[in-house]
Design a protein around this ligand. Structure first.
Ligand code: HXC
Length: 258
């Protein structure tokens, strides 16, 4: 793969969008390679994924504007549909995905970060949906996910209608990211969180992801039934036996399966 690099450290897989000359802008090849990278990741060997951008300056500066400049209506719709399917795959990936946002997260960059479970940012990160300034709408989920993620229609509309970029501290304040770190510390923080997740019972973690993601789309009663069902499933796993036995035997080390 040319623009997407994958590395493995223990149970943590890091996927890097690596096209720094274009600030990691997303063209068709980058999206195809991202799909290939995520398709190849297996819960057998991976318990947490980090998604980040290559270079010092940018996570992803958006969809590639040159690639889109002369699109027809049909091509625009097909491009949005294609990328949305890949982004949805990332969102529905059973393994938790942490976005380590190391600079610009604009347009498609902010949108791909919102498909991740947890967003951590460097202090130089800049977030925004600049599309209306280019004569388009967000097209990789921004009109749908921003309000859902930050829980404020007013703030989401302000950011999208006025193409207002926001800095890391504001992103933290409005709940777009969970934490902000000095740039030099971002990857260490992302790896620490990924390893903290990887140390837990992986089936239970994957069950939590499913319960939260599916439950948020339901009314509370259906959501609670879903949780009870998924909670019950955990008792089919060896990890439940091991986790509880280790506690009762006052053992720290746990031999969780995948
Ligand atoms: C293509 C891009 C790009 C992009 C940066 N580059 N962003 N190329 N598409 N989205 C390229 C530049 O053309 C330039 O290439 C190189 O990266 C470095 O960028 P500079 O502009 O020189 O850097 P700087 O002055 O530091 O400004 C950084 C920046 C600016 C503020 C991030 O690059 C910028 O505004 N980029 C566009 C951001 C944007 O509008 N994103 C939303 C795209 S629309 P050369 O060859 O000149 O060195 C979108 C829609 C998604 O995402 C939905 C579609 C369906």
């Amino acid at each position: 793969m040319e623009f997407v690099k994958v590395s493995q450290n223990g149970f943590v897989t890091t996927v890097t969008i690596d096209r720094p000359k274009a600030l990691n802008a997303l063209n068709e090849q980058v999206i195809k390679e991202l799909e290939e990278a995520f398709d190849a990741i297996s819960p057998e060997t991976t318990r947490a994924i980090i998604l980040t951008g290559g270079g010092e300056k940018s996570f992803v500066a958006g969809a590639d504007i040159g690639f889109m400049q002369n699109m027809t209506k049909a091509e625009g719709e097909a491009w949005g549909t294609f990328a949305n399917a890949v982004f949805r795959k990332i969102e529905l990936c059973p393994i938790p995905v942490i976005a380590a946002i190391n600079g610009y997260a604009l347009g498609g960059g902010n949108e791909i970060s919102m498909c991740c479970d947890i967003r951590l940012a460097s202090d130089n990160a800049v977030f925004g949906q600049p599309e209306v300034g280019l004569g388009i709408t967000p097209g990789f989920g921004g009109t749908q996910r921003l309000a859902r993620v930050i829980g404020s229609l007013s703030k989401a509309k302000e950011i999208i209608y006025a193409a207002r970029n926001i800095k890391a501290e504001e992103a933290l304040r409005i709940g777009l990211v969970s934490a902000v770190y000095p740039q030099a510390e971002l990857m260490a923080a992302a790896n620490k969180l990924a390893n903290d997740i990887a140390a837990q019972a992986p089936i239970a973690v994957r069950n939590c992801k499913r319960a939260i993601n599916e439950g948020i789309e339901m009314d509370i009663d259906r959501g609670l039934r879903l949780e009870a069902n998924i909670f019950g499933d955990c008792f089919l796993s060896e990890d439940q036996t091991e986790g509880m036995t280790a506690f009762l035997e006052k053992r720290k080390e746990k031999n969780f399966t995948n």
